[in-house]
Design a protein around this ligand. Structure first.
Ligand SMILES: Nc1ncnc2c1ncn2[C@@H]1O[C@H](COP(=O)(O)OP(=O)(O)OP(=O)(O)O)[C@@H](O)[C@H]1O
Ligand SMILES: [Mg+2]
Length: 508
């Protein structure tokens, strides 16, 4: 029998001020195994990975044993030396470096020409190319990393892990920003690495993925292990039960609403590249979906309409309780909320508290009359209300947002826009990184608000989500509007039809 490289984690605890993120978690992982780590937002998954990656030190009493030897992972370098490599939750790459530099970034010294301060760039490029080729990735290694797609950046990260001679790979929500085809490619690579004997940790809120790629799962809840099973012995209900302890009703739109007045008419919206001549109406209280493949120009439509990207041509008319009237982008923006896709780039103030973030969308409301001083008490009270509504897991409203788990940060952003209570809320991937339970809570919140007359325009890459949520969906491909589907006709085929036609046109 081949020699096994098992990883044993004993009594792992992690205490942050006010939070016990992990308590006495014990489990093991085997060579050639993909181990899924599942649990709701804030359960402790990333914390566990950060301990293995040397970014956090567990509490006294923890024991990590690799291949029979007790190890001390005191920093990321120590993790690297032990063959542990991290593929992070939010893709981390040195954006200004070229691909080959990024692949070999862990040890430039190795590539210095003997007796000279210079690097042997030719050899470096060859090595990077070779490593990427093992991942079936054939990008030009001279490309600046910032111009790669998220999927390609991830390949670069994996190649970097392999270049360090990693044996244990930690994937923390690797597919959150990937297109379907990129996810499939990633799975092929993970399968391949499994057969080569790597130990692979896999974290995801997409339960379908867990069933597709994992051999075994360990479930965490409130920092404790609540279950462990080979994937072949459980089903979705059992998995959700291990994660949250009860059966879960998914949120679903009852019926498409009767069409109310048009609140927004967008005509010929055209940006520099995308969108191209897009027109649509949005009704009061309607939830309108925007469907398209990654790169089809969905986010660009939002950015152009809302004035973040240049609008080359287009007319926006808005109904302020009477008739549709043309409105400038600046005035239009006063009536809307915009939940952007890139949480860390422009969605949240990481160094500020939860309360400050939630109230930032409408600070005027919290200013004491006439003197422009914030009423902190009111700010905090109101924030607590929203935190409760979407179930933000935190010590209290004074917690700094960077210390929240990924999914809880997303919930803070949702709260922020719900607080502004705009007439129209644009949401780009609203439930990205959010767990199954919170997803339903957020969707229900959207339903409730739409009943009150708020209109929504939602981009989601998840077919199931967009079909559950929306009254009507417009379809976009290559920056153009290629279809519109009403709720009673929703199906994958109907949504893909326009896209397929458009792609054929482009190819011919
Ligand atoms: N640096 C920190 N300071 C204080 N608390 C922290 C810190 N890092 C994490 N926590 C807390 O530890 C708990 C576990 O967080 P963790 O990031 O491990 O969750 P997770 O399971 O990865 O969740 P998600 O699915 O949302 O990413 C959370 O309550 C979080 O707020
Ligand atoms: Mg996490």
């Amino acid at each position: 029998m081949e020699k096994k490289l098992p990883l044993q984690l004993n009594n792992i605890s992690m205490t942050f001020p006010g939070v016990k993120a992990l308590s006495n978690v014990t489990f093991s992982a085997n060579q050639g195994e993909v181990l899924g780590l599942v649990g709701v937002n804030g359960a402790g998954k990333s914390t566990m990975m950060n301990i293995l990656g040397g970014l956090l030190q567990p509490d006294e009493g923890a024991e990590i044993i690799i291949n029979g030897e007790t190890v001390n992972i005191k920093n990321p370098k120590a993790a690297e030396n032990l063959g542990i490599a991290f593929i992070q939750q939010e893709v981390a790459a040195f954006e200004t470096m070229n691909v080959y530099e990024n692949v070999l970034a862990s040890d430039f010294d190795k590539w210095r020409i003997k007796g000279s301060p210079f690097l042997n760039k030719k050899a470096m490029k060859e090595e990077a190319k070779k490593l990427l080729a093992t991942l079936d990735c054939h990008i030009d290694v001279d490309t600046p990393t910032h111009s790669l797609t998220v999927g390609e950046k991830q390949m670069v990260q994996i190649a970097r892990a392999l270049s360090q001679g990693g044996q244990i790979l930690l994937f923390d929500e690797p597919t959150a920003s990937l297109a379907d085809t990129e996810t499939q490619k990633l799975f092929e690579i993970i399968n391949n690495l499994r057969s080569q004997g790597y130990i692979i940790f896999y974290i995801s809120h997409y339960l379908d993925e867990i069933f597709e790629i994992c051999d075994r799962v360990v479930a965490l809840r409130d920092g404790q292990k609540t279950g462990e099973a080979p994937i072949s012995e459980i089903n979705k209900e059992k998995l959700v039960d291990m994660m949250i302890g009860h059966f879960l009703e998914t949120a679903k739109r009852k019926d498409a609403r009767d069409k109310a007045d048009v609140i927004l008419r967008a005509e010929n919206i055209t940006g520099v590249k995308f969108p191209k001549n897009i027109s649509f109406d949005l009704h009061k209280g309607e939830i309108l979906g925007v469907w398209g493949l990654l790169g089809s120009g969905r986010s660009e439509l939002f950015n152009t309409l809302l004035g973040f990207d240049k609008m080359v041509e287009g007319k926006i008319s808005f109904n302020q309780g009477g008739e549709l009237e043309e409105i400038s982008q600046k005035d239009f923006y006063k009536h809307v909320g915009y939940l952007t896709e890139g949480r860390h780039h422009n969605g949240v103030f990481l160094d500020m508290t939860i309360a400050e973030n939630i109230t930032s969308s409408d600070l005027e409301r919290f200013a004491s009359k006439g003197i422009g001083i914030l009423n902190n008490k009111k700010e905090k009270e109101e924030s607590r209300k929203y935190m409760k509504q979407v179930n933000v897991k935190a010590v209290d409203e004074n917690m700094i947002v960077s210390k929240l788990s990924g999914g809880n940060q997303q919930k803070v952003i949702i709260s922020k826009w719900m607080l502004k209570d705009p007439d129209i809320l644009f949401m780009d991937e609203p439930t990205k990184g959010v767990d199954v339970g919170a997803k339903a809570e957020i969707q229900n919140l959207i339903f409730d608000r739409s009943e009150e007359g708020v209109s929504f325009v939602v981009v989601s890459s998840e077919l199931e989500e967009i079909m559950n949520l929306c009254d009507r969906i417009i379809v976009i491909a290559e920056g153009k509007l290629v279809g519109e589907v009403n709720r009673d006709e929703f199906s994958k085929e109907a949504l893909m039809a326009g896209i397929v036609k458009q792609e054929e046109k482009v190819e011919n």
